[in-house]
Ligand binder design. Structure first.
Ligand code: RIB
Length: 312
């Protein structure tokens, strides 16, 4: 069991075993399709974000639940290998470890079904048991693959920057939104959380949010088009580098983990998002959510290249 003294980042969230089949095209309703390949990988939005941040050098602790089974041991091992403190990853003897059924087509598009298993039994008590770490962390990351009351308690206990990635998306109550320092959504999640699509003109993002319950700052990830940042009433756009995409599973999680890594070091949101765009782009070059997550050196190299191009 690896325990880090004071974590930079605490992740409160899910951990799954991803069962990944590659297919020519995603099956339509009623269609049966043959897989080209099949493999299993560690996954779950929470665990992915923890591994992404740890691979970039952050001290990370993870709060979650697995079942008492082989899959639980596999995903715990992945956290240990990445250097994540998994002393708050509890074992629920009555539920299986979460699973995700992931299909990836030849254009690198995916569709995912999550079978929550032990993730659904995570409760506020687990966050309270880890309260010292949660309160001391510079950044707390949470998603919505665990019960909402767990996320609420994590937000209340966090004394640093609380980052919420509301995935899978759902409408959120004002009380929770008010506790969110930075929300990270993709375009689909934006539409569910804010009840309207992301405006085509980024300059209109602030207007779209006006009068709505919204977090303090918002990052909208746009896949290969980069990200939009809305903070202090201003919107800025960050372009993404072009890479050879194999699988986008976990790219959003790499973005959130890398954002946490930079925010924990005191980087302003805009700079942290540039770093996160580079990390997420690099992560799409391998199959599996965590396989392609980059090291600090790899992100620094790409980030430096982009800065030089920008400066020309
Ligand atoms: O964001 C990707 C992740 O979503 C996968 O690893 C899968 O487990 C689901 O949680």
């Amino acid at each position: 069991m690896k325990k880090v003294s004071t974590p930079d980042i605490v992740v409160v969230g899910s951990v799954n075993l991803d069962m990944v089949a590659t297919v020519q095209s995603l099956p339509k309703p009623g269609e049966t399709t043959l897989a080209r390949t099949y493999a299993e990988f560690p996954g779950g939005k929470g665990s992915n974000q923890a591994i992404a941040a740890a691979r970039l050098g952050s001290r990370v602790a993870f709060v979650g639940r697995v079942g008492c089974d082989e899959a639980g041991r596999t995903v715990r091992e992945a956290l240990i290998v990445a250097g994540v403190d998994e002393s708050h990853l509890l074992v629920d003897a009555a539920s299986p470890t979460g699973r995700a059924l992931v299909l990836v087509d030849e254009t690198a598009e995916n569709s995912i079904v999550v079978v929550s298993g032990a993730n659904a039994t995570l409760n506020p008590g687990s966050v309270i048991q880890a309260a010292e770490a949660v309160e001391e962390a510079a950044v707390v990351l949470a998603q919505l693959e665990v019960p909402l009351e767990v996320v609420r308690v994590a937000a209340q206990r966090s004394k640093g920057i609380f980052v919420l990635n509301p995935a899978p998306a759902r409408a959120l109550e004002r009380e929770l939104l008010e506790l969110v320092d930075v929300m990270v959504v993709n375009e689909g999640e934006f539409e569910v959380v804010f009840g309207q699509p992301v405006p085509e003109d980024p300059a209109l993002l602030g207007e779209a949010l006006a009068g709505r319950k919204a977090p303090a700052s918002l990052v909208v990830t746009l896949g290969g088009r980069g990200a939009l940042i809305w903070a202090s009433g201003e919107t800025t756009q960050i372009p993404a580098p072009s890479v050879n995409v194999v699988d986008t599973t976990g790219a959003g999680d790499t973005f959130v983990g890398a954002l946490g890594n930079a925010l924990a070091k005191g980087e302003p949101l805009h700079e942290a998002a540039k770093w996160a765009v580079c990390a997420a782009s690099l992560s799409t070059q391998s199959l599996g959510a965590t396989s392609g997550m980059p090291t600090h050196a790899a992100v620094r190299e790409l980030h430096g290249k982009l800065a030089r191009v920008d400066g020309q």
